[in-house]
Design a binder for this molecule. Structure first.
Ligand code: IMP
Length: 451
């Protein structure tokens, strides 16, 4: 290459602004993202949901008041934060309005802060009915979904027959669109599943009132995000569910129907993921999963029942008891890699306070062969190899600095950072906003020799 054509790589090395950040779950959902987003909202002007729908349940505890959000970004508790529901989200208008009414009842008149992408797809009663019909069909196809119509709505999006918010709130033609989609979906409901059809006129009666209420909130959210970026605002992107439920990278087919990881941010907002300076991945100090599907580090039911009780491990959306297990480093490392995670937040450390022994899955035997990679197939036999740690047997709920934590808890966290190869930025030790151990500097993994 001639000298004039050479580009100095160092000249390309100007770092991107860290003004925007993203919070994602690193496990199978329910990692406690709601609380962390709520805490981080203090520094954000805009909070954005970019995938999923009312299948999510983000819990935020403020003093003795518990808020559970399904569609509304967890940033809604701060008065002046714009809360955007991006185009990658599938919106059930009935669920959204119930949530808005719930906020009003709790004295939070923040509806004006909500902006809904005109490109987001609408979840209709046909979708929930199909979800339920497929799940109750029995056989091997059961996923254990939340029955919120998520899969069928994303299916319609990919099949290019879905209804988007821009069309939903357009009074001209909504009835025709509903009749058209209703015909398609009723055929499926009746012929494939032997279910009763759903009358599009009845749907229209109910849903046109929802459209009326939501109309003023619907906008070109992508343009809004770019405007906010240009004027120097800080944007916080909030993933729903967890990386191992990602449709491409998770435990397929036992996944949800969207890209739950950082990978979903760009397509779910029309805002470049390259502009996002920091990705925080949330993991519990142990693991849980709801629904069917592989969960290699799942505990025996007796131990799981006790952890479920202490950790309140019941679904925020469906109330289902969550399956409980030990932290799984193989799955965690993979989620960190494909999700480009900068630092972890370890939640619910306090739930382990009472345990004499804490285990961590550090590798697998897959069909007899040792590996540290997560297998693609959900059919193979996966036997986790554990490392055991002594419990600290004292309360961590009052700890606010790393040095306050019991030595054995610090050792556990150091091991997690080392084994996952990712720093820890925050540790959460209770439901309350204030029950946070913020690590400044981050707890970095011990450098490997030769690094
Ligand atoms: P769907 O998203 O309702 O289609 O469910 C697909 C799978 O994702 C099921 O195993 C659900 O239990 C799981 N899932 C969906 N949303 C959540 C969530 O917010 N937390 C945990 N699991 C979820």
């Amino acid at each position: 290459m001639r000298p004039a054509e050479r580009v100095e790589m160092s000249s390309l090395n100007q770092s991107r602004p860290a003004r925007h950040s993203c919070v994602v779950g690193l496990q199978w959902g329910d990692e406690g993202k709601g609380k962390i987003v709520d805490v981080l909202t203090a520094d954000a002007d805009v909070v954005v949901r970019y995938q999923g729908g009312a299948n999510a349940g983000h819990t935020v505890q403020v003093e003795d008041q518990e808020y559970i959000f399904h569609l509304i970004p967890s940033g809604i508790l701060k008065k002046d934060t714009a809360c955007v529901i991006g185009n990658g989200v599938v919106i059930d208008p009935r669920a959204l309005i119930a949530e808005l009414d719930g906020l009003l009842e709790m004295g939070l008149d923040h509806e004006e802060n909500i902006l809904i992408s005109d490109r987001a797809h609408v979840v209709l009663p046909y979708h929930s009915a199909l979800d339920e019909a497929k799940e109750s069909a029995g056989g091997d196809g059961k996923i254990g979904t939340t029955l919120r119509g998520i899969g069928p709505c994303y299916t319609d999006k990919a099949s290019r027959v879905g209804i988007r918010m821009s069309e939903f709130v357009d009074p001209n033609g909504l009835r025709e669109r509903l009749v058209h989609l209703g015909e398609l979906k009723n055929r499926e409901l009746e012929k494939l599943h032997g279910r009763d059809p759903i009358d599009p006129d009845v749907v229209f009666e109910e849903y046109s009132a929802y459209a009326e209420r939501l109309r003023s909130r619907v906008c070109d959210a992508t343009a809004f995000l770019h405007e906010q970026d240009a004027r120097g605002a800080g944007i916080l992107f909030e993933g729903a569910q967890g990386a191992m439920l990602d449709i491409d990278m998770g435990t397929y087919p036992y996944v949800t129907s969207s890209n739950t990881s950082f990978l979903g941010l760009g397509p779910g907002t029309g805002f470049s993921a390259r502009k996002v300076g920091k990705v925080l991945g949330i993991t519990k100090a142990y693991a849980t999963r709801v629904g069917e599907g592989p969960f290699p580090s799942e505990m025996q039911e007796e131990a799981a029942a006790s952890l479920r009780e202490v950790g309140g491990e019941f679904g925020a959306t469906t109330g289902r008891p969550r399956r409980c297990g030990w932290l799984d480093i193989v799955a965690l490392r993979r989620a960190i890699q494909f999700g480009d995670v900068d630092a972890m937040v370890v939640t619910k450390l306090d739930v382990l306070d009472h345990l004499e022994e804490i285990k961590v899955a550090v590798s697998y035997k897959v069909d007899g062969a040792e590996t540290d990679q997560y297998p693609a197939s959900t059919e193979c036999e996966v036997i986790p190899q554990y490392r055991s740690f002594p419990g600290w047997l004292e309360s961590t709920t009052e700890c606010r600095a790393f040095e306050d934590l019991p030595e054995k808890a610090r050792e556990y966290l150091r091991f997690v950072a080392d084994a996952a190869g990712c720093p820890i930025a925050i540790v959460s030790v209770g439901k309350e906003r204030s029950q946070i151990v913020s690590l400044d500097p981050w707890l970095e993994p011990t450098p490997v020799e030769g690094d």
